[in-house]
Design a binder for this molecule. Sequence first.
Ligand code: GUN
Length: 291
Amino acid sequence: MTAATIDGRARAASLRAGIAVQVAAFAARVGRAPGLAVVLVGEDPASSVYVRAKGRATAEAGMRGAEHRLPADTPEAELLALVDRLNADPAIDGILVQLPLPPHIDAAQVTARIDPDKDVDGFHPVNAGRLATGLPGFVPCTPLGCLMLLRGVLGSLSGLEAVVVGRSNIVGKPMAQLLLAESCTVTVAHSRTRDLDAHLARVDIVVAAVGRANMIRGNQLKSGATVIDVGINRTEAGLVGDVDFASAAQVAGAITPVPGGVGPMTIACLLRNTLVSAARREGVPIDEAGL
Ligand code: GUN
C-alpha cells in the first residue's frame, strides 16, 4: 500500500483564506485590523527566516504586523520593558517573542511576562494550564496545526491510540494534551523510552517531534497508521523529517511530507490565534470552530 500524502500547503492556504475573510469583517466592524507584534533578539539565521515569513503572512491576511528587531546584546530588562509596552498597547492583540533567545536572557521569564491573553504562541504557563484543564486559552501553533491535519484525515479521533514522540513544551506536551482532549489514548515517548518499537507497532496515530533525521521507519509502523512529521532536519540530502518518508509511505495510511506538511500549518495557526485574540479582546463574535 502507498500512503496518501497529507497536503499541509493546501490546508494552510484554505485556512488562511478563511482567516482573511474574518479579518476583513473584524476590521470593518472595529475600525482596526488585528495586530501581531513579533520580537526578534539577535540574528539567528533560521529565526530571521521564520520572522520574515510570519511578517509576510500577517500582511497577506490583512493584519497589522509590528516587527521589533533588537540587537543580540539587548539586556533582559530592556526586552521585558518592551513586552510590558506591547502588553499595554490596545492595538496589539498578539505578542510573539521568537525563540531561541540569546543565552544571557531567561526565556522562561520573558514568556511568563507576556499577557496570557495576548500569548498567541500559547507558551505562557497559564495557557499550558488552561490547555491541560480544558479551559479556553491559546494552544501552541504547531500542535494545533497537527491536530487540524489529523482531523482532516480521520474525522473523529475518539478512541484511537496515539504515540507522540518527543516531550518538548512547544510540541510534544501540548500535542499530547490536544489528543487526550480528542479522547485518544495517548503515550508520550522520549529518549529514555525503553521499547519505542512496541509502542509504534500498535498505534493508529504517530506524531514525531524529536529533531532526529529519519529516525522512524516504515517497518516500525502499524499498517494504515496516520503519521504526522514535525521534524525539520537539515541534511546533505536536503530538508528531511523525523520520519523516513519513503519507507513510511509504504506502510502508513496517510503521512505528512517535509517540507509541505506541518510547517505551513504553523504560521496559519499563528494567524488564527491572532484573529481569535483580537475578537475576544474586542468582544466581537467570530466562528472559532470554523478556523
Ligand atoms: N522558534 C521556533 N518555533 C517557534 C514558535 O513557534 N514560536 C516562537 N516564539 N519561537 C519559535
